[in-house]
Design a protein. Structure first.
Length: 447
């Protein structure tokens, strides 16, 4: 593709300061590829000066074209050039055949993209437009046509590579014009962006999937700056915190919703040490001041330099679950109360039962005494009753002591060491225990 200079009748009588135009063309003489260069010539001998200038300029042009050809041939992107005649009309192009006829250059990168030798395109055996994905042909033709009018443009479309593999290319086109504004040459650079396109499509799919999870999650999902300013929050989070809208949220700080800011500080410390925090128990409050027990899982988001740009977290409301656990704990505590009272109550019941049986025996003896008349004397009756009275007195005393014990235990429950406090059960839940279970408890248990 090296161009050679041909003199165009440079006059011997010229102004040494005034530039003149030198035209050169391809060796095959195709006029549509001619170019113009302007030179300043200054010498004492016009004939020698003209010959010297032509020789030097020809060598320089050859060197530049060789360098340019080397750069283009080594490019990874496909470079395609179309050349047009000065008097050629191209406004009504309806078929790719027009562009096939004007194809003049294509670099070796086309062989990797299309899987055929570049000479096949230059000799007309194959057309680059034969490799277009069928559904993209119409918009590619429109892109080529508009380029002739606009002068610059780009388009992403699909082509069929080796083995009919679909590849994505970014086609960047630019037009060179003649002095009178006529199209001289159009060059297209095609970059294979298949890998980037697939990665981008995958990223978009992931973002769409994340957005759906973000929006549809029943848990609060949020993103905040390291200082706590909301960047984003889902509908569940807006509702949990008692906000009016997401727009209101982005004007607030998550610190406002912590009952104890020390919990947030501990959360961030743990996150920075471990890389993330999972199901950390904290207490939040909504805009009305109502406290909410939650589990927070949070992790930092970093930039390419490793600097933290934001925190992303998920908040699971466990308030109702905690209330259920509290009810279960209170139920277990009620069982402890029942156990404390069951033993003395059993003794009381046994004593009352024995007294009842004693009274029944006395009634039987009185009835028998009336029926037997003189057969049983008072002495015999009293001797039998003495033993029963002793037995009844024993059980009556036991019942009295048990009743007194129950009274003391009830007083202790109400007034003394049965003051309850919440403590961790070691498994993420809570239990209720007495505030003091030392000497008093032991004494109470011994009674």
């Amino acid at each position: 593709m090296v161009r050679y200079l041909t003199a165009n009748g440079i006059p011997y009588t010229y102004d040494p300061v005034r530039p003149f135009t030198l035209r050169y063309r391809r060796v095959n003489g195709v006029l549509r590829n001619c170019q113009s260069l302007k030179f300043h010539i200054s010498t004492m001998d016009p004939k020698e000066d003209k010959a010297f200038a032509l020789s030097n300029q020809a060598a320089e042009i050859q060197r530049l074209h060789a360098r340019l050809r080397s750069i283009i041939d080594s490019m990874r992107h496909v470079v395609i050039s179309f050349s047009y005649k000065e008097n050629e009309e191209s406004e009504q192009v309806t078929d790719f055949a027009f562009y096939d006829e004007h194809l003049v250059e294509i670099n070796p990168a086309a062989e990797a993209l299309y899987g055929v030798p570049k000479e096949d395109f230059l000799t007309g055996r194959r057309s680059i437009f034969d490799f277009l994905f069928e559904k993209d042909r119409e918009k590619v033709l429109a892109h080529y046509n508009s380029l002739l009018e606009e002068g610059i443009g780009e388009l992403t479309y699909r082509v069929l590579g080796p083995n009919k593999e679909i590849r994505w290319v970014l086609d960047y086109g630019r037009v060179e014009y003649l002095e009178r504004g006529r199209v001289r040459r159009a060059t297209h650079i095609l970059e294979d962006i298949t890998r980037e396109k697939k990665a981008l499509d995958g990223l978009r799919a992931s973002e769409e999937k994340y957005r759906k999870i973000f929006e549809n999650s029943k848990d609060m999902v949020y993103i905040v700056t390291p200082d706590g300013e909301f960047l984003d929050i889902n509908s569940a989070g807006v509702e949990l915190l008692g906000l009016e809208s997401r727009e209101e949220a982005v004007s607030r700080n998550i610190k406002e919703f912590y009952v104890d800011l020390r919990q947030r500080e501990a959360l961030i410390r743990e996150m920075m040490e471990k890389g993330e925090v999972t199901k950390r128990r904290v207490t939040l409050k909504n805009t009305s001041g109502k406290e909410i027990e939650v589990n927070i899982s949070v992790m930092p988001r970093r930039d390419e330099g490793g600097n933290v740009t934001s925190y992303q977290g998920i908040v699971h409301n466990i308030t109702e679950a905690m209330r259920q656990k509290e009810l279960e704990a209170i139920g277990q505590l009620a069982g402890c109360f029942a156990d404390d009272l069951a033993s003395p109550l059993s003794v009381t019941i046994m004593g009352v039962t024995m007294v009842k049986e004693f009274l029944a025996e006395i009634k039987k003896d009185i009835v028998r005494l009336k029926e037997d008349g003189e057969s049983s004397g008072p002495e015999e009756l009293m001797s039998g009753l003495d033993g029963k009275f002793e037995e009844a007195e024993f059980f009556n005393n036991e019942a009295f002591k048990s009743s007194k014990d129950m009274k003391l235990r009830l007083e202790e429950i109400r007034e003394q060491y049965w003051k309850l406090k919440k403590v961790s059960d070691g498994g993420g839940g809570i239990i209720y225990q007495r505030e003091s279970k030392g000497k008093n408890t032991k004494q109470g248990d011994d009674q």
